[in-house]
Design a protein. Structure first.
Length: 323
């Protein structure tokens, strides 16, 4: 039984715990349906133990972190919070004393969302590349110059160290753990039961192109952008998009830039490359990916992919494809 220990403290982000914990529970359920024993036990720990209230007002019962034995902490994850609760956790003497011991003995350790601040304050991230919530990237880099912050990744894996970006990306990271521990089939089944849109690789951007557009309130192109995402293999040039939007090309270009912050050409390429990364992570051929995302022939995909990400798509697929 693999023990996954979540380290919480007053004011912690509830979804940082409940999301990944649901993944591990889902893996146990899938295994039991196959007549196999459960693989995970979720443990909640805090400095003093007892009830700890989350940011949502929900209180979780925890064990004292000092009472955990090495065999009860194969995976140790510190969860995130807003600024004030996080600062208090970083200064907590019990956590500061216990976390170096626990993480040293764990098979893997890391953080969900801004929980990485707690570990970084102890020097446990020095020399490593990590992920954290997009709002925290700049302050994290400024506070811990020995740590390389990846502002784009959903989660980053470096040996025993696992770190995820904002909130729901803890689910993506937990699925990746399940895939590595048990297999992609179980991870895929869990993702389906949680009604996730897709199992996202860690290299996927924190902000998809469509989410960036949706963040901008009252975008007049919301319907068009949704159509574009579903028809990446179609002609998505300015004349075609302007006609679909019922505008002149000049008006369309001006209003699209104002609404999304990007030119139509840049937005389309970003959408296509974002989709290409997801498809490549599933092990699809370059020819198939190029056709599906509208960057055919494969040489066109390769040129755009390498220009944007600094790595050839074939190498990216070999590095990230699910087994």
């Amino acid at each position: 039984m693999h023990h996954v220990v979540f380290i919480v403290y007053p004011g912690f982000e509830l979804l940082d715990v409940s999301g990944p914990a649901s993944v591990f529970n889902g893996a146990n359920r899938a295994l039991r349906q196959r007549g196999q024993p459960a693989a995970y036990k979720v443990v909640l720990a805090s400095a003093e133990g007892g009830g700890v209230e989350s940011n949502a007002g929900v209180t979780l019962e925890t064990r004292p972190i000092g009472a955990l034995h090495p065999g009860e902490a194969q995976t140790v994850l510190v969860v995130g919070a807003e600024r004030e609760p996080l600062l208090q956790a970083m200064a907590n003497p019990v956590l500061r004393a216990a976390l170096p011991r626990l993480t040293a003995q764990a098979e893997r350790f890391g953080s969900v969302c801004s929980g990485g601040f707690v570990l970084a304050a102890l020097g446990l991230f020095d020399g490593h590349r990590i992920a954290t919530h997009w709002e925290a990237c700049k302050p994290f880099a400024a506070a811990f110059p020995k740590v390389t912050v990846d502002p784009d990744a959903l989660y980053v894996v470096e040996g025993r160290l696992w770190t995820s970006a904002g909130v729901t990306t803890g689910i993506d990271m937990a699925l990746a753990m399940v895939a590595r521990d048990i297999g992609a089939a179980i991870a895929g089944e869990v993702a389906g039961r949680l009604v996730l849109y897709a199992r996202r690789p860690g290299s996927q951007s924190q902000f998809s192109p469509i989410l960036r557009a949706q963040v901008r309130a009252d975008s007049p192109f919301a319907d068009l952008i949704g159509w574009m995402q579903a028809h990446l293999d179609a002609a998505l040039d300015v004349p075609s998009l302007a006609a679909r939007a019922g505008m002149t090309e000049r008006t369309f270009h001006r209003k699209f830039v104002a609404a999304t912050g990007e030119t139509p050409a840049r937005f389309v390429e970003t959408s296509r490359l974002d989709a290409a990364r997801l498809l490549l992570s599933r092990g699809l051929s370059l020819k198939s990916v190029a056709a599906q995302v509208g960057l055919f022939p494969p040489a066109r995909l390769a040129e755009a992919f390498e220009r944007r990400f600094g790595i050839a798509p074939r190498l990216f697929r070999d590095m990230h494809a699910e087994l």
